[in-house]
Design a protein around this ligand. Structure first.
Ligand code: CTP
Ligand code: MG
Length: 167
């Protein structure tokens, strides 16, 4: 069929709820940490950068994105996909922070691959049961795009003073 649609446009449309759920906390997050400052041993459970507001607003805006997309004729399933991706994104993000803290890594420190891709892998794994995943070329495009966007958005957030570190 239409290669531009299959390999680029549809993958973007499909993953948008996860990207929004993941990016929103950088802008709207902050406040009380999800772990209430509690530690396991010497390190925080998740750390001060994982906040209740970031989680709540991230999931809400991710679901709102999927809901809007589901209005497009033929794409009603994006409502379910959006919900699954939003929860998956944040479970992946928290898993990453949890693992980093267990390894004794400071909040905001960089861990290659996990920082970029754990939310993405979780989002796709959660949404998989709802079907309609992009094809393998589309997924490959998203893998490349996610790596690039992660770099660009973090550098942008740093320039805009939304983040303390440029990664
Ligand atoms: N954020 C938030 N609440 C969340 C997730 C993220 O408020 N549940 C905000 C925080 O301001 C955080 C920023 O989004 O600093 C970027 O998130 P991320 O890069 O995932 O976290 P890090 O600061 O790198 O912390 P960690 O080392 O735990 O991954
Ligand atoms: Mg980070």
């Amino acid at each position: 069929m239409n290669a531009l649609f299959d390999f680029i446009l549809y993958p973007l449309f499909y993953i948008l709820p996860a990207y929004i759920a993941n990016g929103a906390p950088v802008i709207f997050g902050g406040g009380k940490p999800l772990d209430f400052g509690k530690k396991i041993g010497k390190s925080y459970i998740f750390g001060p950068n994982k906040t209740i507001r970031g989680l709540a607003i991230g999931i809400m805006l991710g679901i709102a994105t999927g809901t809007l997309e589901s209005i497009v004729p033929g794409f009603s399933y994006m409502l379910v996909v959006g919900v699954l991706e939003s929860f998956g994104t944040h479970l992946g993000d928290l898993t990453g922070s949890f693992v980093k803290r267990r390894l004794g890594m400071e909040s905001g420190s960089s861990m290659v691959l996990m920082d970029q891709y754990l939310f993405f892998v979780f989002a796709l794994a959660f949404a998989y049961p709802a079907g309609n995943m992009p094809n393998v070329y589309g997924l490959l495009f998203l893998v490349i795009l996610t790596g690039i966007l992660h770099k660009l958005t973090n550098a942008g957030a740093y320039v805009l003073n939304l983040k303390k570190v440029p990664w």
